[in-house]
Ligand binder design. Structure first.
Ligand SMILES: *Cc1c(COP(=O)(O)O)cnc(C)c1O
Length: 666
C-alpha cells in the first residue's frame, strides 16, 4: 500500500546542514593501476562508506578491515561478517546469501518500545503504547514468528493489510493483550473472521478504509450477534513528503474523508454500534523524512480523535500508522534516503500532541499504536554477494606515435600530452571532437580498424588524465560532471537487482552498499554494479553519499583468484516479497543467525530456489524437460551428430543444473 511507480521523480534535494566535513576521497583514486600509497586506515573506510552514520549500532569495521555485526546493538557481542560468510559457504550455502540477524529484530522492537515508554513517562501520559508490525513489510514465516515472540513482553501485535496477511496474523499472533489491526480491502469472509477472532481472545480491530465497509460490518455483526471493534482510517489533509507523499490527502487511495467519517458515525449509531467505534487510524506514507510532517499529521488526527469522542464514539485507540523512517545514507537530514529525527523524537511528538488535545477536552488519553514496519525490519538482514568480474575503460596509452601516423591520431596524442589544470575543460572538448571525427572518417573508409582502435584508446587515456585533474578541483564544471560516470569500472555482481533490491530499480531507493572485507586497504577503483540479468536496468549506479547521491562506488581492485564480497545493508523491509523472477533468478539462500555466548547459532536455513522450482513457477515440468533433451540426444546419436560420451555429458549437466541454485557459482 502507498507505493508509487518507477516514473515518479525525486524532487527533493538533501538539505545541506553544515559545511562539508573533510569527506574528500583520496586524490589517487583512479581506474588506472596506480600503486596504493600506504597509510589507508580503517577510519578512512568508515568515513568513505559512512558506516557509522547508517550502521550504528549494528554495523562497524574491525581491526582486520572486516565489517562486524553487533546484533544486540549496544548490549554487547559481535560477529565478523566476512568470517561468518566464509563459514556459511563451507556449509554449502552459496552466494548471494541473505543473512538475517534475529537479535537485530529484537533490538529494534526493544528500541521502539523503550522510546514510547520514555515518552509516556516524560509526559505523564496515562495510557499505554501497543505497537503492531505491518506484515506486508516482511511476511517470511521465521521472521514473523520471531517478531511475535520478541514482542510478547510489550504486547506487540500485527497489522494485516490484506486477506492473506490476515490468515498469517490470525494463526501467528497469540500474545494476550496484543492488538490485531485489520486493514486493507475486506469482504464478508474477512470481516466475519475478524469479528470471530474476538471469541478466541484476540483484540481484532477492523479498520474501515472504504465507506462501503461499514454496511458489511453492521451486517456481519447482526448475523453473528457479536459487537465488533471498529476503527476508521482518516484521510488527513496533512501530506507526507517524498515518494509516498500521495498516501495522504484528499485523493489518497485509502481512508475516509471527514464527511465519510460522519456518515459512518451516523450509520453505526443507527445500528446501535457507536460504542464499537474505538480507533482512529491514519497512514500518511512510508519513510517520512521530516519530523515536521509527523507533527502536522498527529496534530490534525488528534483533533479528529477528540471530535469523534465528542460525537459519542467510545474512543480508546489512536493508530498513527507507519512512516517511521530509516536513515539509509546516515546523513540525519530530511533527504528522502534519510530522516531528520530519531525514534525518541518521534515518540515524544506523538505522545505530547495527543495528550494535549485530550487534556484540553478532559478526555482520557488513548492507547497508542504505531504500525512501524520499515523501522523494525530493515536493519535485520544483510545481503552478501560476490563480484564475478570487472570491465574497465581501456585507458592504457597505446604505443608512441610513429612516422606517417594518421593526422587524427596525432591530434589526439597531442591533446593527451598538453592536458593541464589550466586547459582541461577545453582539452576534454577537443578530445571528444577528435574521437567523433575519427569515427566519421572510419565510416567513410579513411581510417582503418586498428587506427580507430588507437584513436579510441587515446580518447579514453585523455579522459582519464582529465579526470585526474578534475578530481583536484574544488568546482567541477557541469559538462565534466559525467566524466566520473563515463570512466567508471563496471563490476559484475552475482545477484539480480529485480529479485534482491527491487526498490533500487523501481523507485531508485538507496541502500548502503560496501565491501565487507579489505577495508584496511585503499579502494582504488570507482565502479557501478551490473547484475546477472540481461536487462540494462539490472544495475546499480546510485549510491549513498553525504550530499545527494553519488554515481560511482569506491571499490578495491578485483583479482579473479580472490573472492571479493560486497554487502547490501538495511534491505530487510519490502525487498524480499516484491522481488521478482526476472530472467528466472529465484529467491536467494537465507539464513537466520542468533548470537550465542560462544559465537552464533544458525537457527534456520532457507534454501533459495532451484532451477526446477523457478521453472515450475512458469509451468515447466523438469522431467518433461529432461525427456526432451534425452530424445534429442537419441536422435542426434542415430544420425551420428553426437558421440555417446557427449550425449551423456550434456544430459548430466542438464539434470544436475535443474537441482541447482539459479545464481552462478564463482
Ligand atoms: C505500509 C504500511 C505501513 C508500514 O509503513 P512503514 O513506513 O514501513 O512503517 C503501516 N500501515 C499501513 C496502513 C501501511 O500501508
Amino acid at each position: 500500500m502507498g507505493r508509487v511507480t518507477k516514473n515518479e521523480q525525486l524532487s527533493e534535494r538533501k538539505i545541506k546542514q553544515t559545511k562539508p566535513e573533510a569527506t574528500e576521497t583520496p586524490q589517487s583514486l583512479s581506474n588506472g593501476s596506480h600503486t596504493t600509497p600506504s597509510g589507508w586506515k580503517i577510519e578512512d573506510s568508515e568515513e568513505l562508506y559512512r558506516i557509522n552514520g547508517w550502521g550504528d549500532p549494528y554495523f562497524s569495521i574491525n581491526a582486520a578491515g572486516h565489517v562486524t555485526v553487533s546484533p544486540k546493538g549496544d548490549r554487547g557481542g559481535s560477529l565478523d561478517l566476512y568470517e561468518l560468510v566464509n563459514a556459511l559457504k563451507q556449509r554449502n550455502l552459496s552466494l548471494p546469501l541473505l543473512i538475517r540477524f534475529s537479535d537485530i529484530l529484537e533490538d529494534r522492537i526493544e528500541r521502539l518500545n523503550a522510546a514510547f515508554s520514555k515518552a509516556i513517562a516524560r509526559y505523564n501520559y496515562n495510557g499505554a503504547y501497543k505497537g503492531v508490525f505491518p506484515v506486508k513489510c516482511n511476511q517470511q514465516r521465521h521472521l514473523v514468528e520471531a517478531l511475535v515472540r520478541f514482542g510478547q513482553p510489550h504486547q506487540f501485535g500485527l497489522e494485516a493489510g490484506s486477506k492473506p496477511e490476515l490468515m498469517i496474523a490470525l494463526a501467528t499472533l497469540k500474545t494476550p493483550g496484543a492488538l490485531l489491526i485489520c486493514n486493507g480491502y475486506k469482504d464478508h469472509e474477512y470481516i466475519e473472521m475478524a469479528i470471530l477472532a474476538q471469541q478466541l481472545g484476540r483484540t481484532a480491530i477492523i479498520v474501515l478504509e472504504q465507506i462501503e465497509e461499514v454496511d458489511l460490518i453492521i451486517e456481519a455483526s447482526r448475523k453473528l450477534g457479536i459487537k465488533p471493534i471498529v476503527g476508521v482510517r482518516g484521510k488527513l489533509s496533512s501530506k507526507g513528503i517524498g515518494r509516498w507523499g500521495t498516501s495522504a490527502g484528499d485523493r489518497a487511495k485509502f481512508g475516509l474523508t471527514v464527511p465519510e467519517i460522519l456518515t459512518t458515525v451516523d450509520k453505526l449509531r443507527a445500528a446501535d454500534l457507536l460504542d464499537s467505534l474505538q480507533l482512529l487510524h491514519y497512514h500518511i506514507g512510508s519513510q517520512i523524512s521530516s519530523i515536521a510532517v509527523v507533527k502536522d499529521a498527529i496534530r490534525e488526527a488528534s483533533q479528529i480523535y477528540v471530535e469523534l469522542a465528542k460525537l459519542g464514539a467510545s474512543m480508546k485507540y489512536m493508530d498513527v500508522g507507519g512512516g517511521l523512517g530509516v536513515d539509509y545514507d546516515g546523513s540525519k537530514t530530511n533527504f528522502y534516503a534519510s530522516k531528520n529525527y530519531n525514534i525518541q523524537n518521534y515518540a515524544n511528538d506523538i505522545v505530547a500532541e495527543i495528550k494535549e488535545a485530550c487534556t484540553e477536552r478532559n478526555l482520557p488519553v488513548p492507547t497508542l499504536i504505531s504500525e512501524s514496519g520499515r523501522a523494525i525490519a530493515s536493519h535485520q538482514s544483510v545481503l552478501v554477494f560476490d563480484v564475478l568480474g570487472t570491465s574497465d575503460a581501456p585507458t592504457s596509452l597505446p604505443d608512441p606515435i610513429q612516422e606517417g601516423e594518421h593526422l587524427i591520431i596525432r591530434n589526439l596524442y597531442e591533446t593527451y600530452q598538453s592536458i593541464s589544470s589550466e586547459n582541461y575543460q577545453e582539452m576534454f572538448h577537443d578530445a571528444t571532437q577528435f574521437k567523433e571525427e575519427a569515427i566519421s572518417l572510419f565510416n567513410f573508409g579513411y581510417v582503418s580498424l586498428p587506427e580507430r582502435a588507437k584513436a579510441e584508446r587515446l580518447y579514453w587515456a585523455c579522459c582519464e588524465k582529465i579526470l585526474g585533474v578534475v578530481r583536484q578541483q574544488e568546482y567541477v564544471p557541469d559538462d565534466l560532471e559525467d566524466l566520473e560516470k563515463i570512466m567508471a569500472s563496471i563490476y559484475y555482481v552475482n545477484l539480480s537487482v529485480f529479485q534482491s533490491a527491487p526498490d533500487s530499480w523501481a523507485i531508485d531507493q538507496l541502500f548502503p552498499i560496501m565491501p565487507i572485507h579489505r577495508l584496511d586497504e585503499e579502494p582504488t577503483k570507482r565502479a557501478t554494479l551490473a547484475d546477472l540479468t540481461c536487462d540494462s536496468d539490472g544495475k546499480i549506479d546510485q549510491f549513498i553519499d553525504l550530499y545527494d547521491v553519488k554515481h560511482v562506488l569506491e571499490l578495491h581492485s578485483f583479482d579473479a583468484d580472490q573472492p571479493y564480497y560486497l554487502g547490501m545493508f538495511l534491505n530487510g523491509a519490502y525487498q524480499e516479497i516484491m522481488g521478482n523472477l526476472h530472467n528466472l533468478f529465484g529467491d536467494t539462500n537465507a539464513v537466520h543467525i542468533t548470537l550465542t555466548p560462544k559465537g552464533y547459532h544458525i537457527d534456520h536455513v532457507v534454501k533459495g530456489d532451484t532451477m526446477t522450482e523457478v521453472l515450475g513457477y512458469v509451468q515447466y515440468d523438469s522431467e518433461d524437460l529432461v525427456e526432451s533433451i534425452r530424445q534429442q540426444t537419441e536422435h542426434a546419436l542415430q544420425e551420428k551428430r553426437i558421440t555417446i560420451q557427449e550425449s551423456q555429458l550434456l544430459l548430466q549437466n542438464y539434470e544436475r543444473s535443474l537441482s541447482r541454485y539459479t545464481y552462478l557459482s564463482a
